[in-house]
Write a protein that binds this ligand. Structure first.
Ligand code: SAH
Length: 230
């Protein structure tokens, strides 16, 4: 199935907002670390509902944001939510693929991506594209919940018709470097908000033990890799 077919269906049944709610637990901490300055232009790869750009527009002096997504229904919903929010920055939603970014060389200050990068058909090529469109010193904040060390995430691929790349933290660093980005930082951003039931409520529908759930959310959380364009 194509990215478009898979994720148009997600947008149509409200999973864009469902993801926003869950991803916000850690995405907000990642966004808060981004060195966005007044006048900056920011790219959000696989924007979904577009919440990341709206949050940056509310909390920084950025002036332009581009939310790129391969699913037209996602971009459509993101535009609607953004119209309602009426942000101070100029936010646009673009339909496109991670394989070929529709931006000029050295044209963007920073890029962000939450739970989307690993859907790329060729992730190293996507990193090269990100490097190309970033200005020297521009950063890419790449956040994923699906990765090798997060064993609980491995089964997600069974329910998604788009092939997902499952790297470990070292493979993320190596791929960033292969694509010509410096690795400035890598971190696990804990989800401190998801409710973890008391021990006597385990096993639950999704978790055998409380320890496994604590490890998944409070310790592993979201894997963040930060790349800097030379
Ligand atoms: N960042 C949002 C959405 C995550 S879902 C959030 O945190 O909730 C992943 C998104 O990436 C989907 O909207 C999907 O359509 C988009 N996507 C996946 N593969 C893509 C590709 N190859 N090119 C462009 N967009 C893609």
């Amino acid at each position: 199935m194509s990215v478009r077919d898979e994720f148009d269906a997600w947008a149509a049944d409200g999973r864009d907002k469902g993801m926003e709610e869950r991803h916000w637990h850690t995405a907000k901490h990642v966004l808060a670390r981004m060195p966005v300055e007044d006048g900056d232009a920011v790219l959000d790869l696989g924007t979904g509902s577009g919440y990341a750009l709206r949050a940056l527009a509310e909390n920084t002096g950025m002036t332009r944001g581009y939310g790129l997504d391969g699913a037209p229904e996602m971009a459509h919903n993101a535009r609607e939510y953004t119209r309602e929010a009426d942000p101070a920055a100029d936010l646009g939603f673009v339909i496109g693929d991670f394989g070929s970014l529709p931006f000029d060389d050295d044209s963007l200050d920073h890029a962000f991506s939450m739970e989307a990068f690993y859907y790329s058909a060729d992730p190293v090529e996507t990193l090269r594209e990100i490097r190309r469109v970033l200005k020297p010193g521009g950063t890419f904040y790449c956040a994923v919940n699906y990765y090798e060390e997060n064993v609980a995430s491995h089964e997600w691929q069974d329910n998604i018709a788009v092939d997902m790349t499952r790297w470990d933290a070292a493979e993320y660093r190596a791929a960033f470097r292969e694509a010509g980005l410096y690795v400035a930082e890598q971190d696990n951003v804990a989800d401190r908000e998801i409710e973890i039931p008391d021990a006597d409520e385990f096993p639950t529908e999704n978790w055998e033990t409380r320890e496994a759930m604590v490890e998944r959310y409070r310790y592993l959380g979201t894997l963040l890799t930060v790349g800097v364009a030379p």
